[in-house]
Design a protein around this ligand. Sequence first.
Ligand code: FAD
Ligand code: UDP
Length: 367
Amino acid sequence: MFDYLIVGAGFSGSVMAERLASQHHKKVLVVDKRNHIGGNAYDYYNEHGILMHKYGPHWFHTNDKKVFDYLSRFTEWRYHYHRVRSYVDGILVPIPINRDTLNLLYGLELNEPAAVQRYYDSVKANIPHPANAEEMVISQVGAALYDKFFKGYTLKQWEIHPRDLAASVTARIPVRTNRDDRYFTDTYQGIPKQGYTALFERMLDHPNISIMLQTDYRSVLDKVSYRKMIYTGPIDSYFDYKFGKLPYRSLRFEHETLNQEFYQQYQQVNYPNEYDFTRIVEWKHATGQKSHLTTITREYSMDAGDGQEKYYPIPRDVNHELFKKYKHEADQLEDVIFCGRLADYKYYNMDQVIARALMISEKEIKD
Ligand code: FAD
Ligand code: UDP
């Protein structure tokens, strides 16, 4: 007899399990259909001994001290700023676009933030309320920079024109007037020192927590008893797609291990215009691992048709309308809590799902 059946051992499910077990003294069963814990943040050592992230690069960043302090109970940190370059017009330049990006690309000598802002002002479109991902960018940096950095990448990543995607998608990438080349400026950022999987192992190591892997929750429903379910899988799947399928993007990863210390100078290089892949990640830059070998991963985006892993909800109005129908159904169920990137159908970062799981578990503990 369990108090909670938790579907999914990613950040949403694992944080809920840890809180309910350790603070609420509840007996929790966590099931995941994959053969490991950690959800999309799972990392592992490949056959060459290189630590890599199975489901694409996970760079932790947050301004939320509560989230950072909470995670710090289960890990030490490798303090590290994530830096990304974009391959544009045959050279590697900083993304987010900053002062160096403009100077390198156009041979300019802008040397103070005000001059950079004047440049943006001279090229940007006057759109006070950007309504989509294209307008979001051209309202800040104009059409030429949009064409070079965003249009091709977004088309590859989503197979949808940026005009038909929510403004929030490209709003994730700031525009800078200084030389800061960090991908994020959050107060807390880095990577768990022993990796994400080690963090999850510590988080779930509690006598009140049982785990079943390679188990679809449906296969245990008539075998275990529980009072409440916490569901972190895709919301449309829970309801047997009764209103139709919510679209998701998936990814294909091409890994290559090279007999050299490093392949590229940065942990991530984006390719907005060339090739079919969106980016190449070189893991050792982020993890700090020492080896005479290096592994790189090329990332190809694709539709999450039948059987593909669901990685990204697709933020656009028509999808949100469909999601709302499922959400309405979900709200009728008193004994099932829906939370997480797939269950909320939201393009959440890790810190956002952790903050949400902490909030929901506090509410559960109070009730
Ligand atoms: P998930 O991690 O998806 O976990 C859900 C779990 O539920 C899965 O393990 C799944 O197997 C399980 N499940 C589903 N259905 C069933 C079922 N029927 N039965 C049993 N189990 C089931 N965030 C950042 O902050 N920084 C980054 O750099 C970053 N990079 C990312 C890169 C990529 C390519 C992707 C895809 C995401 C990235 N994220 C990043 C987002 C981050 O992965 C998510 O915010 C977070 O992992 C979501 O956690 P979750 O627990 O809600 O969902
Ligand atoms: N984007 C882009 N060019 C870039 C980086 C990002 O066009 O060089 C756009 C693209 O639409 C992408 C979105 O901004 O999907 C969010 O980028 P982010 O790096 O946050 O993507 P994630 O790491 O979540 O895949």
